[in-house]
Design a protein around this ligand. Structure first.
Ligand code: AKG
Length: 313
């Protein structure tokens, strides 16, 4: 956490070994039939037909039969099987830093009227040659990926202003699926994620994913204080593009309000404490960061949220 607060979380981070990440994963012997047992054969899953880039739904059992068939006729990809509410959540847990940062995990009230966004734990079952084209995660979420079996190749493009504009233009073109977006930017990084490795992709990074061999991976989306401005930018782009995605970030604006409310309450509490100790003048109430009890990150978060809420009213 100290490293991220000092350096920001602006570049992807590849972690070779999972030890020390505070993450729970099953043994690598765990495989697709086990996913079926833990999630349930009758659960409906979204399936992408990679060649046609179309979505459909089927029972998990049906997909698992396809997976194990010796003669697969299509390339089908499962990338949004969110399993928080299934038995699999007892054996797969996100990295500790993610749970520490995540707005949804920390600020979504237990008694909220709207349901807590289900974005924290996905199971990805991807057969050889699966491909997900360039996209930005919804709500500008950051993502973690862990490959339990197989391999994934990520193509990563930095969210500079120029690249975001190019992305928006490319994505809004009716022929975008015929153009490889990476050809339009000056740098695209290739990162191979091997079995046992974990990748953290920061907010806004434009990414595509190729699966060169059958692969079982876990991932999760998280929005947090270190990337508020990029999250807002990505959310605005997504709204302009009206992109329909398999992995939306439900109730994103509500999450922002909860974070804003939490921070304001914290500032008020801290001010009261300071006043009691006669260390705080009236000014501190309006400028709490000067007194050191509110971090710069929290101040930036609040500033960005106020701006965002005023735009979206
Ligand atoms: O593994 C894949 O094919 C795509 C994963 C991905 O980009 C996502 O879940 O957002």
């Amino acid at each position: 956490m100290d490293y991220l607060e000092e350096n920001g979380f602006n570049e992807p981070i590849l972690v070779q070994k999972k030890d020390g990440l505070g993450m729970s994963m099953p043994a690598p012997t765990f495989y697709i039939s086990d996913v079926e047992n833990y999630v349930g054969p009758d659960v409906t899953v979204d399936v992408v037909d990679v060649t046609k880039q179309t979505d459909s739904q089927m029972k998990l059992k049906e997909f698992v039969d396809y997976y194990y068939s010796t003669n697969r006729k299509k390339v089908l990809n499962v990338i949004n099987l969110e399993f928080s509410d299934t038995r699999m959540s007892t054996i797969v847990e996100s990295p500790q830093i993610v749970r520490h940062l995540s707005w949804v995990e920390n600020y979504w009230p237990g008694d909220a009227l709207l349901g807590k966004p289900k974005v924290t734990r996905y199971c990805l079952i991807c057969v050889k040659d699966s491909y997900t084209d360039f996209h930005i995660e919804c709500g500008g979420a950051s993502v973690w990926y862990h490959v339990l079996k197989g391999e994934k190749i990520f193509f990563l493009i930095k969210p500079t202003s120029a690249n975001l504009s190019l992305y928006e233009r490319w994505r809004s073109s009716s022929s975008h699926s015929e153009m490889f977006f990476a050809d339009q930017v000056d740098k695209c990084y290739k990162c191979t994620l091997k079995q046992g490795q974990t990748l953290f992709v920061p907010s806004g990074w434009i990414n595509a994913v190729l699966t060169p061999v059958d692969c079982l991976a876990f991932s999760g989306h998280f929005v947090h204080n270190l990337s508020v401005e990029m999250q807002m930018r990505a959310y605005e782009i997504e709204k302009r593009l009206k992109v329909k995605t398999l992995t939306p970030f439900p109730n994103f604006e509500t999450a922002c309000w909860y974070v804003g409310r939490h921070l304001l309450e914290r500032f008020k509490e801290e001010c009261m404490k300071q006043r009691k100790h006669k260390q705080c003048q009236e000014k501190a109430f309006f400028c709490p960061s000067e007194h050191g009890f509110v971090s710069a990150v929290q101040m930036t978060t609040l500033d960005a949220l106020i701006l965002f809420q005023s735009i979206n009213q």
